[in-house]
Design a binder for this molecule. Sequence first.
Ligand SMILES: Nc1ncnc2c1ncn2[C@@H]1O[C@H](COP(=O)(O)OP(=O)(O)OP(=O)(O)O)[C@@H](O)[C@H]1O
Ligand SMILES: [Mg+2]
Length: 374
Amino acid sequence: MPEINLTGLTKRFGAFTAVHPSDLSAQDGEMLTLLGPSGCGKTTTLRMVAGLEEPSGGNIRIGERTIYDSTKNIDVPSENRGLGMVFQSYAIWPHMTVAENVAYPLRMRRVSKAQIAEKVRDVLDLVGMAGFGEKPATKLSGGQQQRVALARALVFQPEILLLDEPLSNLDAKLREHMRFELRMMQQRVGLTALFVTHDQDEALTLSDRLVVMNQGRIEQIGTPEEIYERPATRFVAEFIGKGNMIEIAGHIDHSGDGAAFDLPTFEAPVRIVLPPKSVRVAPGDAAALTKAQPCLFIRPEKIAMLAPQTAAQNGAVHLPGRISGRAYSGDHHEYLVALNSGMSLKVKSAGGPRWDVDAQVALAIAPTEMVLYK
Ligand SMILES: Nc1ncnc2c1ncn2[C@@H]1O[C@H](COP(=O)(O)OP(=O)(O)OP(=O)(O)O)[C@@H](O)[C@H]1O
Ligand SMILES: [Mg+2]
């Protein structure tokens, strides 16, 4: 299946820029997810690829084919772009049966009756809805309707699949189940897919790579692991997962390659020395520009809880603290550990001893697991 390439793609609505010039590409057979808060420009980007929204500038290619180019006056109509689409409101036609709903794109393309019957049967099989063809569309559950919408998007064997929050109308359990189904099906068919969601769990589990957007700009593109483990900007760090973000009030020494500063605790201040790759200020990090204060970022599951006075190992930083809160969540405990009167860290602990509130502990953190956002 072909790649999708967006170059300098831009959308303005009057004086407002919904999508700043953006470059991204989805590779052959890749599930690429656009993720970001409400209003960041995900749907607008997808609609431009779909040919439902005219860009203000830039270029869209599908494989070797340019389907939009502002400078060359190329704008291939939506129906000729070879795209299957499922949108948030997936609009199953209630007055038709399942088979009639699915057959619709084929009828539009003047496919023969015999071929339609065969293709509809095959695609219903693919989405796990074999035998449902004659059912009225209104007699389906939400998840079944979702699959019919998917079948309808796939029936004419598009090269590209565009999905805009296709699972958002489903309840939590069904949504999770459909995530895996969708992923397996996309992989089985080998489709190149652009998926839009504002749900980070969905994005992390479904995608080959993620594009994190903020206010019409791309903050980071990477695999789920890269985005989660090495957020490039403060915005990405705060948006994905639960993290500790501590403002560093004191002096930061940048004279070495990395950064060094003191973290005040109930006991003596602890000197933290970070390697260069743990210090980041990314261009276009909108959040960093508005919040001038440097922040230290640490994931709760990267912090180990030890008995106080345990000797430090492998270069880990030890911070003395006192447990001020604890919550049990089935497979792990979450602790709140106060380092001083104004500063606490969330710690996620899946194994090891259970600590009581008020216990004195040492928090061990590897400097490579800390990131300083300037
Ligand atoms: N037709 C339009 N006219 C004017 N502004 C628009 C139009 N369509 C979208 N916008 C604005 O562009 C911005 C991006 O909208 P978009 O629908 O792409 O966001 P989104 O990332 O899909 O958000 P959500 O998660 O809420 O669906 C928003 O500020 C929105 O108000
Ligand atoms: Mg949207």
